[in-house]
Design a protein around this ligand. Structure first.
Ligand code: ATP
Ligand code: MG
Length: 298
């Protein structure tokens, strides 16, 4: 029995976007001898206005304060890696950016527009330019991998079937799943599902990509494969991104900046090199994985 697009979408919380990737091969980044070479830093376009600007955002659930006056800017084409203890509000931050959670107060600007003031129609239009990769791959089980990747293209573009198939093949090749379009999600390993989920997110060429723990649950080698894939996507798409991760190596590799969320606030932000050498007690504790320190596990 076939399901409508709405039926399928209801079962999935993924948000995608609109067009096709520039040409270019994926280049792996290096992480050697404990010093992580950041894949984004180096010569890049000089951007003035931030693509994402979060101003004094506060969120509480049932009177329990989670985010308190959070503010940060992400210039266009850059990636912010967000770290912090479990339950500190990292996913909540992403949910605010994609409109799944309305803050109690504050402003969120994407490309200069305060998303909290947009009409539903305007926000829907913006949301098509935002891709979100959820922690769980959240693929549609009843659709093949190819159909999963094509889903957003069918929904949001007027591409011909031939063009859709071309884009699907291109995206699957980027994530190293070429020739696997006919398989169903349950025929793939967890790591392959993560890659398929990435392909689906980038199918429509989003301007903003939000990744929620893209490597959680994966072995260290597969984690690095996914991290390198994200790096190469960032280089190719020039998307503005937020990557929520517990993977320190990954954050140092991917993030133009790394931010630490602690007790509802962004208490530290710096480059990967600053993170590596910081003597801030919170950063030291998190970096070294120490039990004692200012971060207390509840
Ligand atoms: N819809 C909700 N209703 C009530 N409480 C919620 C809701 N969503 C999240 N919370 C609570 O808010 C806090 C922050 O949740 P969030 O999912 O943002 O944490 P996180 O930093 O992403 O954690 P993790 O690293 O474990 O994924 C948690 O204590 C969580 O239980
Ligand atoms: Mg989370």
């Amino acid at each position: 029995m076939s399901r409508s697009a709405d039926d399928i979408r209801r079962e999935d919380s993924s948000v995608s976007a609109g067009a096709s990737l520039p040409e270019g091969s994926a280049a792996a980044s290096e992480a050697e001898g404990g010093k992580i070479e950041n894949c984004i830093l180096g010569p890049r376009r000089v951007m003035s206005d931030p693509a994402i600007s979060v101003r004094n955002v506060s969120v509480s659930y049932g009177g329990r304060s989670i985010l308190r006056n959070v503010s940060f800017d992400i210039p266009r084409g850059e990636t912010l890696a967000v770290m912090g203890l479990s339950g500190v509000g990292k996913s909540t931050t992403l949910r605010c950016l994609v409109g799944l959670q309305r803050p109690d107060k504050g402003e969120i600007y994407i490309d200069g527009k305060n998303v909290l003031e947009l009409s539903e129609a305007e926000f829907d239009k913006l949301r098509k330019r935002i891709g979100m990769v959820f922690q769980m791959p959240a693929l549609f089980d009843s659709l093949t991998i190819g159909e999963n990747v094509a889903f957003g293209l069918r929904e949001h573009t007027k591409l011909s079937e031939q063009e859709i198939q071309r884009v699907v093949a291109e995206k699957l090749a980027i994530v190293d799943l070429q020739g696997m379009a006919h398989l169903y999600p349950n025929q793939l390993s967890g790591g392959m599902q993560k890659r398929a989920s990435l392909a689906r997110t980038i199918a429509t060429d989003p301007d903003v990509i939000l990744y929620d723990e893209p490597t959680t649950g994966l072995d260290p080698i597969l984690s690095m494969v996914i991290n390198e894939l994200i790096c190469s996507l960032q280089r190719r798409l020039k998307a503005t991104s937020v990557v929520v991760t517990h993977d320190i190596k990954g954050a140092m590799l991917i993030g133009s900046k790394i931010a630490m969320l602690h007790k509802g606030e962004f208490v530290w932000m710096g480059t990967s090199e600053e993170f590596r050498t910081s003597s801030d007690p919170i950063i030291e504790q998190f970096r070294e994985g120490r039990v004692s320190g200012p971060i207390r596990v509840q």
